[in-house]
Design a protein around this ligand. Structure first.
Ligand code: PHE
Length: 413
């Protein structure tokens, strides 16, 4: 039966029906890749921080937050799917791992900080493959200013300066209206101030993206860096946007952003201010800039990985020989309606840690008579650091099977 208490980052917590934090996830809480000098995640953080010289930096906030911080303080509705146990890691009902760096917006704005960047590890229950990992790193950036006419005019001047600088660069942006019927200004905002804020946000981020991507994306006279702004929705910004960069023939989603919801600023005690915020995923960008092919590599402690990088510099990662993969299939009857695919992924990750490369559900069916659901999953095991022998893979798979039976109550077919 489940323990009544668990220890997380040295603190003791009471468990309850929400507890779903697994040991393999807990073990990541103290790693702090964004603070490891020389690590690509940390280098990328430094490059972005250097791009915003007058912004304050935060990078040591605890990953353990309340659902209030992660959701309510940002006006997420009570029934938002992100709150579900299947999507987020809970220590108990009142304590969880942050799912995004926005969880800290209210506390940072409440300090009176007007321009800031915050880097942190974030946690989401997710599928397993080369670009998905349940722990990743985000950087939140925000800028707020007085909502009075003279402060807004100041921001407009700043924006014009940025516009002139970017006019000399090889960047082509596909823009979207700052404000539209489907992406409105907030009712408490003067429409013009909201437009000025949105435009400042767009130029600040275009200039960041140009600095980060112009070289790798091969921007040249006849082949400029292409950036695309699209309408988006977040519970805590309006208007909201997503930004994509064109790279190797594809549009890649890079970040989400928008004009900060006034209720967030009210909660932080700065009701007379307005401004923007963005959140970007560091692994996504680092995989492109450093040509890192698999998200698990960021967690490698192998010198063949770490020794390739120098702090503050971008270079192309040279893959070292990969060891062969081994795969095993597993078929079972689901226990009932309440088993989510993410429960399967967590069990596999708990047993195999970073030795699991991919889990794909290759078959599903419902028995016509009993209505029971069956599922077949293919688990790919591979180590970055050594060759796995058959006995070890069999041992892992046996433990996956027994954990599935014991923890989830599945019936193996
Ligand atoms: N927190 C959002 C995410 O994780 C990104 C975001 C940050 C959007 C700030 C708007 C403003 O997807």
């Amino acid at each position: 039966s489940a323990p009544l208490h668990i220890r997380v980052l040295g603190e003791k917590y009471t468990t309850d029906d929400y507890t779903n934090l697994s040991p393999s996830i807990s073990s990541k809480l103290s790693k702090r890749l964004h603070a490891q000098k020389g690590h690509p995640i940390s280098t990328l953080r430094t490059l972005i921080e250097n791009h915003f010289p007058d912004f304050a930096h935060f990078s040591s906030l605890s990953p353990i937050v309340t659902p209030y911080q992660n959701f309510d303080s940002l006006s997420f509705p009570a029934d938002h799917p992100g709150r579900a146990k299947t999507d987020s890691y809970y220590i108990n009902r009142n304590t969880m791992l942050r799912t995004h760096t926005s969880a800290h917006e209210v506390e940072v704005f409440a300090k009176g900080t007007e321009r800031w960047l915050l880097t942190a590890d974030v946690y989401r229950r997710d599928e397993i493959d080369a670009s998905h990992y349940p722990v990743f790193h985000q950087m939140e950036g925000a800028k707020i200013f007085g909502n009075d006419p003279s402060s807004i005019e100041q921001i407009e001047k700043e924006t014009q300066r940025l516009e002139r600088q970017l006019a000399a660069s090889n960047i082509v942006t596909e823009d979207v209206q700052h404000i539209s019927q489907t992406n409105p200004a907030q009712t408490s905002h003067n429409v013009r101030s909201s437009e000025v804020t949105a435009k400042n946000l767009k130029l600040c981020l275009n200039s960041l993206l140009y600095e980060l991507f112009a070289d790798v994306a091969g921007a040249s006279e006849d082949d400029p860096l292409r950036v695309r702004w699209i309408e988006a929705y977040f519970p805590f910004t309006s208007p909201s946007y997503e930004v994509e960069v064109f790279f190797r023939g594809k549009w890649l989603e890079i970040l989400g952003c928008g004009v900060v919801l006034q209720s967030t600023l009210d909660r932080a005690g700065v009701a007379n201010k307005m401004g923007w915020a963005f959140g970007l995923g560091l692994e996504r960008i680092a995989m492109i800039l450093f040509s890192i092919p698999d998200i698990r590599l960021f967690w490698s402690e192998d010198p063949r990985f770490l020794s390739q990088f120098t702090h503050g510099k971008i270079n192309t990662f040279k893959p070292y020989s990969k060891y062969p993969p081994s795969y095993r299939d597993i078929s079972f009857w689901k226990p009932g309606r309440d088993m989510h695919d993410n429960d399967l992924y967590d069990v596999v990750r708990d047993v195999a840690g970073d030795l699991v490369e991919d889990v794909t559900i290759i078959d599903r069916f419902t028995h016509p008579k009993t209505q029971r659901d069956s599922l077949t999953a293919r688990v790919v095991y591979r180590s970055f650091d050594r060759s796995l022998v058959n006995e070890e893979v069999n041992g892992l798979q046996d433990r996956v099977v027994s954990h599935l039976k014991e923890q989830l109550g599945v019936e193996i077919r």
